[in-house]
Design a binder for this molecule. Structure first.
Ligand code: TRP
Ligand code: SF4
Length: 414
């Protein structure tokens, strides 16, 4: 009986762990996005409380000269997401610009963000260099990671699934969270808010929590802490706000106004583009889209470069230097790949046939996604409903968190 209850409590704990991530709305998703990020999201939605954001403000940081593209991109991006398996019943999909707290928190975090932290983000200088056709020597673009920190902190995210290129941004977020909590983590009303929250728990539960805190602080026992956390999260009649105060109280860390997020890295190698020598990216024009028309796929694969040393059909090839082979690795089983590698090295298979095989595997995978996209496109009002409902839910969480943040900064009225 007791054991069963504990298992149930653990489930509750896991379900209350939050995942937040986002994607800029700058155009159609390609397979780099899919294998690098979306595939991971699709899995996570079944295990955590997931919030996935259409980052149109982030899109504006680089695309402000063509704002008219944004609405279309938002719409298409939701179709991309739903076609490949995100399910609005299992996750929330919301639009960043619909929740004004994102801009508001970004501005507040800006107060404590040293310029040097932003200037040393590796992607910053790199992008300035790479996106030379866009004028991005702007305050907004420099502040990109601050806005991203706001996205994460508003929802008290525990985990943030991102591709490797985003890790420096996440590290900056963590530093900002620590700095923020250090500067604003205790305020004069702290103890009275904790006391009120404790009273709301009722005498018996309050005593249990105080005992757990005492043992945890004396022994450092993680079990006691976990049990205390579970007890706190089971207090459904307490507000999120109250529960956070209690958590900070038990941990002895004062008030955890912002939560330090952890990265969930997708273990995927960089996806190379159709041109074979660069990473897949829309700006290089070398992409295979998630909703690629199946009819186009064979042509796109046919034009790919292969092992440059394999000139004649009878020359043996080397799959590890062949861009086509990286696609086999994405779409076909390990055994099939080993088999192809062997046939390539012995010149048993030619590049034309090898490409046909991989093209077929890609078609088999993407055709259903393409079809689903076509049918979703016929139901625009459904797409807008998904965005509207997700944004409404996001707004509620963000507003509550913002209330606590403003209180800690002594701004606004309560
Ligand atoms: N910067 C991310 C990217 O380009 C997108 C993003 C915006 C994001 N806000 C976020 C990712 C918050 C995770 C969390 O991929
Ligand atoms: Fe590449 Fe396949 Fe040709 Fe080998 S046979 S070089 S893996 S395309």
């Amino acid at each position: 009986m007791n054991k069963g209850k504990n298992i149930h409590m653990l489930d509750t704990l896991k379900a209350t762990q939050r995942v937040v991530s986002g994607q800029r709305t700058t155009g159609a998703c390609h397979i780099g996005h899919y294998f690098g990020v979306l595939k991971n999201w699709i899995e996570l939605q079944h295990h955590y409380e997931c919030w996935f954001m259409l980052a149109d403000l982030h899109a504006l940081t680089t695309h402000y000269q063509e704002p008219w593209t944004l609405k279309e991109h938002v719409f298409e991006q939701v179709i991309d997401w739903l076609s490949c398996g995100l399910d609005p019943k299992s996750c929330q999909i919301f639009l960043q610009s619909e929740i004004q707290e994102h801009a508001e928190l970004a501005s507040l975090l800006g107060m404590i963000t040293p310029l040097s932290w932003l200037e040393r983000v590796p992607t910053y200088k790199e992008q300035l260099h790479q996106l030379q056709d866009r004028e991005i020597h702007t305050y907004g673009f420099l502040g990109y990671p601050v806005l991203m920190s706001a996205d994460i902190c508003l929802y008290r995210a525990n985990f943030v699934p991102v591709g490797e290129d985003q890790l420096p941004h996440l590290e900056l977020t963590r530093e900002l969270v620590r700095k923020f909590n250090h500067l604003f983590g205790t305020n004069p009303q702290y103890q009275s808010i904790v006391n009120e929250a404790l009273d709301k728990m009722g005498r018996h539960q309050k005593k249990t929590l105080l005992d757990l805190k005492k043992t945890y602080q004396e022994t450092g026992s993680k079990d006691q802490l976990e049990t205390a956390k579970t007890l706190i999260s089971s207090q459904a009649h307490l507000s999120h706000h109250d529960r956070e105060y209690l958590l900070g109280f038990v941990e002895g860390a004062g008030r955890m106004i912002l939560v330090e997020p952890q990265a969930l890295l997708t273990p995927t190698p960089k996806i190379c583009g159709l041109d074979g020598n660069r990473k897949m990216s829309k700006s290089y024009g070398n992409v295979l889209n998630l909703r690629e028309n199946p009819k186009e796929i064979p042509f796109k694969i046919k034009n790919m470069p292969t092992d440059p040393a394999r000139i004649r059909r009878t020359d043996p090839g080397e799959p590890t230097v062949c861009p086509v082979f990286t696609y086999h690795a994405l779409y076909r089983s390990k055994e099939d790949c080993a088999d192809i590698a062997q046939q390539c090295r012995t010149a048993a298979i030619g590049c034309v046939d090898c490409k046909n095989l991989v093209a077929q595997a890609i078609i088999d995978f993407h055709a259903p996604i393409y079809e689903k996209g076509l049918s979703l496109k016929n139901h625009p009002s459904y797409i807008y409903d998904v965005i509207r409902q997700g944004s409404k839910a996001a707004k509620e969480v963000a507003a509550e968190q913002m209330k606590m943040i403003k209180e800690s900064l002594c701004i606004g009225f309560n």
